[in-house]
Write a protein that binds this ligand. Sequence first.
Ligand code: PMP
Length: 444
Amino acid sequence: LIENNAKPIWHPMAHPAEMRAQPPRIIMKGDGVHVTDIDGRRVIDAVGGLWNVNLGYSCDPIKRAIADQLDALPYYSGFRGTSTGPSIELAYELTEWFKPEGMVRAFLTSGGSDSVETALRLARQYWKIKGQSDRTKFLALKKGYHGTHFGGASVNGNANFRRNYEPLLPGVFHIPAPWTYRNPFNETDPAKLAQLCASAMEDEIAFQGADTIAAFIMEPVLGAGGVIVPPDSFMTLVREICDRHGILMIADEVVTGFGRTGAWSGSGLWDVKPDMMTIAKAITSGYFPLGATMIGDKVAEAFEADSTGFGSIGHGYTYSGHPVGCAAGIAALAETKRLRLDENAAARGKELATALEGLKSKHVLVGDVRCKGLMAAIELVADRDSKKVIDKKLIARIADATYESGVMIRVSGNNIILSPPLILLAADVATIVQGIDAGLSAAT
Ligand code: PMP
């Protein structure tokens, strides 16, 4: 396995030669919040797989639900009007879950990128039904991440994720992210920054013409872009702007859904009702690839009332509503609710934030610490005044040294990203921070 790691596997997000040059990290087992690699080293998984293994690696109810469903019916297509028991039950549970956000339907997909693609397509269809087929453009936030399909890649706010694939979807425009640590206005006051970003959005809408814009998409807390936590007022301001101009609002909750931020949804955290929500990842706690596009009242009603023909959804996936995935999802949601993982994320998140702040006085490289629930980023800088980012090789050394200290972290740009399972204990928080502390000391 070690010999072949980077030969048949074309690793995403990495140059093949770079992958071959570094010692492979091959994970063989998982238990609770830990994973064990091919050398038998057991580390705490502070990445939670990839923001998704909220219930850890030993969740028996999910494993049993998968095994039982495999026995009963391993697959049937949810594509052309057929359903299965689990697909109906999961869709019902999801509409119950996101009722406070106004969601009334679930379009089942195979993952986050599919969910984003579906939402963008439904937004275009919505406006055709409404007889406003000029509304084709999309607005999004700089630093936002929305997956890898062409629509999602087009609305991604990081040029690095767009430039290799251009030309992308035309008519996508990005608004500055409300990020206090770095923003084009040099504004550090959160409320003022929220206003400035909202004004930039208004300016863009005025310039483009509101009646050309289909939808605005944002993550309630920006994940892959470096855990950027918008000021409390921002999402409400965006909702008001979208309402004023009739623009649909899509909340990309692929990371923030199901308790990660300390609330059951990111929109709920800010008390906002979007028109659609995209979800995936923790929906099955990582035990099966699955996602959904949640559809609110306004969009659902337009499709229900459609007489133009545009409302028949010419779109779906072979694995839409996969019964095994849906069974895993039903069990994962029940466990997530039973264990009140939202509350645990909020409580452990506070402890994590305090402990990570403590690293600032010890390590000059720590420029900024950002946390919301159990989403966290440590931004590493070569110099705190200029905020110059640290060398790529140094951050890779820090990640390796942290792993040697027993903690798996993720690196994204000059950030260490943490998204541990939500079943985390207070003692695990301490272990993670001690590991990062040791990693920073060993590598610098
Ligand atoms: N949206 C967001 C906010 C994400 O973070 C991701 C994945 N990290 C996606 C969409 C894409 O999800 P997937 O990788 O399941 O396709």
